[in-house]
Ligand binder design. Sequence first.
Ligand code: MTE
Length: 334
Amino acid sequence: MIIRNRDNGFNHPLPSEITPQVAYRNRRQWLLAAAALGGGGIATWAGRNAWAQAAAVPRPGKLAALPGRRSTVAGAVTMEALTSYDDASSYNNYYEFGTDKSDPASAAGTLRPRPWTVSVEGLVNKPGTFDLDALLKLSPMEERIYRLRCVEGWSMVIPWVGYSLSELVKAVQPQGSAKYVEFVTLADPKQMPGLRANVLDWPYVEGLRMDEALHPLTLLAFGMYGEVLPNQNGAPLRLVVPWKYGFKSGKSLVKIRFTDKEPRTAWNVAAPQEYGFYSNVNPEVSHPRWSQATERRIGEGSGLFAKRRQTQMFNGYEPQVGQLYSGMDLRKFF
Ligand code: MTE
C-alpha cells in the first residue's frame, strides 16, 4: 500500500518499491535450477517443484513442515514460475510491523503465533472460539499456487498451503440473514511495534461478500512453500483472495464475524476514494493516482529495468469468479 503522510497528502513511489538485491540473486538461481533440470528457463512442473524445494531447504531458520496435497479446485494452481521464498518472505506489507517492505521480516519476530484462537461471531448458528489446532484439522491441507497482485503494482506467485475458507464457513452455519463476512486481524501493541504509527485505524479489518467468502478459490492459508507461514506473511493463519488486490488478504486473523452489513474495511476507511470494498483486480479501473494496467513481478528486475506485465482482469481468475459480478458496474463498485 502507499502510505499517507498526514502532513503532505500522499507520498509515492516509496523507496521500498525498489526490488532488494536478493531478488536478482534468486531469479538467477531459479533460472539456473530450471536450466539444470532441462527446463531451459521455462517453468516446467519438475523445475518449479524442484525450485520450491531448493528454495525451502538450505536457508537457516527453517519452519515446521506443512505439506498439502495439490489442489483440484479449478484455477487454483497456476503454471507460472514461483517467486523465490526469500522474496516472498522479505518483501512484505504488514503495517503492524512497519511500513517499509523490509520491516515485517526484521520486526515480526515478536509475533507469537501460538497459542492462537479465532473467534467466530455474528449471524451464525454455531458461533465459538476455535483453537488453532482445531482449525488446522478442520479440512485436508491443499497446495494452491496463486498469483497475488498488490494495488501498488507488483505481483508474486506463491505456493500457499491451506483449504477453502468455505469449509469453515459451512461448519459454523451462517444464518440466512448473513450477507457479508468481516475479518479482524490481531492488534496487540506488545507484539506489534507498527501499531504506534497512526497509519490506519487498527485493527486491520477486511471483508468479503458471502458468495466471495464461499468461493472455492478463497483460501484460509496456514502455510507457504510446504512450511507453516512465517510471521511476516501472516502467521498463523490468513486469507488469500487471489482475484482481489493483496490488501484484501488479511493476515493473522483473530475474529471472523458474519453480518448483514457491508463491513467497514481498514483501507476503505483510511482512503475511501482510493480503496473500495470490492477491490477486484481490474486493469481498466485506475487507482486515482496511478494506472493498474501493468504490474512488475517481484524477481523480474527493478526500477527502470523492471519488466512490466499486462495486468489481467480479476488477476487472471475471470473464468472462475467473473460471474460473481455480472450486472455490476465495476467502475462504481471498485
Ligand atoms: N494484513 C494485515 N493485518 N496488515 C497489513 O498491513 N497488508 C496487506 C495484506 N494483509 C496487510 C495485511 C497487503 S497491502 C498485502 S499486498 C498483502 O497482505 C501482502 O501479503 P504478503 O506480504 O504475504 O505478500
